[in-house]
Design a protein. Structure first.
Length: 252
């Protein structure tokens, strides 16, 4: 039986309720529609802010102040994040003092830091745990623990981070936009990232290509303030961004 457009839309949204990410092939198998039809459906639903398209499928729509949970973010772009993390870790040299932001992309750096004689400061609870597991000397900021992202924010985190100076900082970001710069949903997290940028000699934003052309609530920095490390899915927009800042693309 051929489903009409509204019926497909309802079925897609119903399928997405139980998943962090819904792949196009799953929708094709369930609806029997062509790939081009499903891509049009996803575009229409995204325009209505009922879902967000990602490479190869779709995920839940989040407005500018909503923060996806660690579980939601872990489920998407894993191979791309691993490639980004590997390259970022290759930039860390012996005796470096670095800041590693809370987040799932920065978390992928850690296996590649094993054995390096460095000091890592972080505001991520799970980040600190993973750093210790690979025998990296770790300093965890104080502050209020934010449940969705397992990050430490607030007055305690601000006071803590201001004690240090970094050779490099590695930040996650929810939005990276050609004109609006780097943004994140929570102002408290944005301020910690701002401080990390101001306290670091070299600044890197680690983001998979789905974050490009996105804008969230709280601004962290202008595009030219940090080097972007992203995956090769960003090739079609690389030229526009590279006019304003350095962009490193890695192959997942």
């Amino acid at each position: 039986m051929v489903l009409l457009g509204p019926e497909r839309h309802q079925l897609i949204l119903s399928m997405l309720q139980d998943k962090s990410v819904l792949h196009i092939q799953e929708i094709i198998d369930t609806t029997g529609a062509s790939e081009s039809t499903i891509r049009r459906d996803l575009s229409e639903l995204e325009e209505k802010k009922l879902l967000k398209r990602v490479h190869g499928g779709c995920t839940h729509f989040h407005n500018k102040i909503e923060e996806p949970t660690v579980t939601e973010k872990t489920a998407v772009y894993d191979a791309e994040k691993r490639a980004i993390g590997r390259h970022a870790a290759s930039l860390v040299k012996t005796k470096d003092c670095i800041f590693i932001d809370a987040g799932t992309t920065t978390l992928h750096m850690i296996p590649f830091l094993a054995g390096k004689d460095i000091i890592a400061v972080t505001n991520g609870l799970n980040t600190a745990t993973e750093l210790l597991s690979v025998q990296v000397r770790t300093i965890l900021l104080g502050g209020d623990l934010k449940a969705p992202t397992l990050s430490l924010v607030g007055r305690g985190a601000v006071i803590s981070i201001q004690q240090y100076r970094f050779d490099k900082c590695f930040l996650g970001m929810n939005g990276v936009h050609e004109h609006m710069g780097f943004t994140t949903p929570d102002p408290g997290e944005a301020y910690i990232k701002q401080l990390a940028v101001s306290l670091s000699d070299e600044k890197y934003v680690l983001c998979d290509s789905s974050k490009l052309s996105q804008v969230t609530f709280a601004k962290v920095a202008d595009l030219q303030d940090c080097t972007i490390i992203t995956d090769n899915g960003a090739d079609e927009v690389k030229q526009a961004y590279s006019k304003k800042t350095k962009m490193i693309t890695v192959i997942a």
